[in-house]
Design a protein around this ligand. Structure first.
Ligand code: GUN
Length: 291
């Protein structure tokens, strides 16, 4: 039997429509939600993500301040731009697209963002609030995964979820959220130091792959009727493709034959990340009203 394909694109559009309605209310009150989007350098994948985010903002009636910086921009210059944006009342959110060039210390840059404008939930304060269950923005990709699981009524409470990948952007925050009372999952977090990933994934009710390793998760690594969420977006060279590459997830699409639900790449979590981002921007703008 073939898995039900989880349509992240459709759910993302529904969420984006809701955000647009909220945005219209803010516009009536004289507030145009605005996200500053900073891209340092010209990594093609990052540029394409950033353009996707800016397009979604525009479609929801929001503004983006598109800040493009040369790859050799100094850390001090970037910090000074962030300091200005922190002070600017018409900018409600600040997003610095990662990764940054190696000469810039990512930790210093993230720490410089005002947590009230940290719609990515990357700053130490935001992450601390999330871990402690305090008010604050939730990280976009993890909350996109959770929203997609909910949309398909996948039981999370009591389930064994195996998250593969321990990035600060996806794996670790997601594992953390899943263990809260709200979700009540039992979580195993696998990473490059895990001796036998397959031993763990074969026991999972839900496998979430966020490793950046193309097709790492194969059908033999999951149990029959598992739910499989592919978060990876990898560019693999393909001379037969028009662009010379194709997008490929962390999961071999053949798992579709064994899984009960499958969130594929593209069309699964990617659009959900963007929907959650613009939702956070609308929330940040709304918060500015109550100050
Ligand atoms: N790089 C990869 N994913 C993300 C993301 O969600 N936000 C930012 N700022 N950078 C990223």
């Amino acid at each position: 039997m073939s898995a039900i394909i989880m349509d992240g694109k459709a759910l993302a559009m529904k969420i984006r429509d809701g955000v647009k309605a909220k945005c219209n209310l803010l516009l009536e009150k004289g507030i145009t939600p605005c996200l500053a989007v900073i891209l340092v350098g010209n990594d093609p994948a990052s540029l394409s993500y950033v353009k996707g985010k800016e397009k979604a903002l525009a479609e929801a009636g929001m503004k983006s301040r598109d800040i493009r910086l040369f790859a050799d921009t100094q850390e001090a210059a970037l910090l000074s731009i962030i300091a200005d944006l922190n002070k600017d009342e018409s900018t409600h959110g600040i997003l610095v697209q990662l990764p940054l060039p190696h000469h810039i210390n990512e930790g210093n840059v993230i720490k410089a963002i005002n947590p009230e404008k940290d719609v990515d939930c990357f700053t130490p304060v935001s992450v601390g609030n999330m871990v402690l269950g305090r008010k604050g923005f939730l990280p976009c990709t993890p909350s996109g995964v959770l929203a997609l699981l909910r949309e398909y009524n996948i039981p999370i409470a009591g389930s064994h979820v195996v998250v593969v990948g321990r990035s600060n952007i996806v794996g670790r925050p997601l594992a953390n959220l899943l263990t809260t009372k709200e979700y009540n999952a039992t979580v195993t977090l696998c990473h490059t130091g895990t001796y036998d990933i397959s031993f763990h994934t074969r026991q999972a009710d839900i496998v979430i792959a966020a490793t950046g390793m193309p097709s790492l998760i194969t059908p033999g690594m999951i149990k029959e009727n598992a739910v499989v969420i592919d978060v990876g977006i990898n560019r693999v060279s393909d001379p037969s493709a028009k662009k010379g590459y194709r997008l490929c997830g962390d999961v071999d699409p053949a798992v579709e034959e064994k899984a009960s639900f499958f969130s594929p790449v593209p069309g699964g979590i990617g659009p959900m990340t963007i929907a959650m981002l613009i939702r956070n921007v609308a929330e940040a703008a709304g918060n500015s009203l109550n100050k």
